[in-house]
Design a protein around this ligand. Structure first.
Ligand code: FNR
Length: 191
């Protein structure tokens, strides 16, 4: 059987992003049970319908990455109780039909959501908004478990990098659940 491919989309472009580090921790926990790739999308332009067709090269690249993935795992910070604009811009591009024949690439894709924040509130509100958006786009959302990690500064090492020791069991549980969720969805199409 073909190896599952998970595409991680991090809602922060920051080099030392906690959410990026959470995604890298998830990659480690998934191990060789699936291919796990982080989507780089810094070069995707702001959506402007004047430049929509033909799609810019960076947009073609991210659409192809999503198309070839069996599941999308979002790792998002919370900005003002919402998910960041860079992520909304990316999803807006992905939400547009590629051509008359090809529908938009997010439809039907299994999705998981996690988020980490230095603040007490965590990323719960941002995640709720993201669920609303990706459900509208017909993604297949794994609502249980979702992972909200607040107070990230309580889990950092000497260099201030998140160690996530206390959160690891929850991340592990989500990784295991997402793999099962994707497999169940894949089998549904085969049967
Ligand atoms: C924040 N931050 C934040 N945190 C939170 O838990 N709830 C919030 O509503 C906000 N709002 C907010 C707005 C803006 C504009 C910024 C820049 C930041 C703090 C945020 O969680 C923190 O900067 C994280 O470290 C961002 O995630 P990455 O980049 O570390 O992944």
């Amino acid at each position: 059987m073909k190896k599952i491919k998970i595409l991680a989309i991090v809602g922060s472009l920051r080099k030392d992003s906690c959410n990026r580090q959470l995604a890298l921790a998830a990659k480690e926990l998934i191990g060789d049970r699936a291919d796990f790739e982080l989507l780089e999308y810094q070069d995707v332009p702001l959506l402007n319908q004047d430049i929509e067709y033909p799609a810019p090269q960076a947009v073609k690249r991210v659409r192809d990455a999503v198309k070839s993935a069996d599941g999308i795992w979002f790792f998002t910070p919370e900005y003002n109780h919402y998910f960041p604009g860079v992520l909304k811009n990316l999803i807006d591009w992905l939400s547009r039909p590629v051509s008359d024949k090809d529908p938009q690439v997010l439809s039907g894709k299994p999705a998981a959501i996690s988020g980490i924040s230095p603040a007490m509130a965590g990323t719960g509100l941002a995640q709720d908004h993201l669920v609303t958006l990706i459900s509208f786009l017909n993604m297949d959302v794994m609502n249980v478990p979702r992972l909200v990690i607040p107070n990230a500064l309580q889990q950092v090492d000497d260099q201030g990098k998140p160690e996530l020791k206390a959160s690891y069991p929850y991340l592990q549980k989500q990784a295991d659940s997402f793999l099962s969720f994707i497999l169940k969805e894949c089998n549904r199409w085969i049967l």
